[in-house]
Ligand binder design. Structure first.
Ligand SMILES: [Cu+2]
Length: 177
């Protein structure tokens, strides 16, 4: 990773920390891990994000509302592969954002940091892979209109084998409920 790229990711970490509000240290550029931070992704499912694509069952997707001034949005989803071969989520795009990246959360010492996942997310045969707070997320950058609770965000998921599918993710509160 070159220096410029590292700096860009650091900026997005700072921005994302703001989105989680009072829990986060806003000036550190990193999230501190909090026991109470875990969100119940299942409770946020509004059903409109569900889709079936070949061997893949896609469900439970949602994005969080964005706070004023917040430059990036976060989204989550569950993908179940009922097939006998591995697939891979290679990319995500959205007409609501200039760019969508796949990010993972990793503990570094006591600090939770996020970084871009290069090369996509494997969906092994028979497995369920969940993008959820504290594991992985879709990061929406260059968002045109800040996500507002009650709205929807269109996304296109692209898989290596199953192809692509359009879904609409419901926007839940900034806290994830
Ligand atoms: Cu991120």
């Amino acid at each position: 990773m070159n220096r410029n790229h590292a700096a860009a990711i650091l900026i997005s970490i700072s921005a994302f920390s703001l989105s989680a509000g009072a829990l986060m240290a806003q000036d550190s550029g990193a999230m501190k891990s909090m026991p109470g931070m875990h969100m119940d992704a299942g409770a946020a499912s509004a059903g409109s994000a569900d889709a079936k694509l070949g061997d893949l069952d896609i469900s439970g997707g949602y994005v969080r509302a964005m706070l004023p001034g917040q430059p990036v949005g976060g989204g989550y989803i569950t993908i179940h592969n009922i097939g006998k071969t591995e697939d891979k989520l290679t990319s995500v795009t959205s007409t609501a954002a200039g760019k969508v990246e796949l990010h993972e959360m990793k503990m570094e010492g006591e600090i939770m940091k996020m970084r871009e996942i290069k090369g996509g997310i494997a969906i092994p045969a028979g497995a369920t892979v969940t993008l959820a707070p504290n594991t992985m997320h879709m990061m929406f950058k260059q968002v045109k209109t800040p996500f507002k609770k009650g709205g929807t965000v269109p996304v296109m998921l692209m898989f290596e084998k199953a192809g692509m599918v359009d879904i609409n993710l419901p926007v839940v509160s900034a806290k994830g409920n």
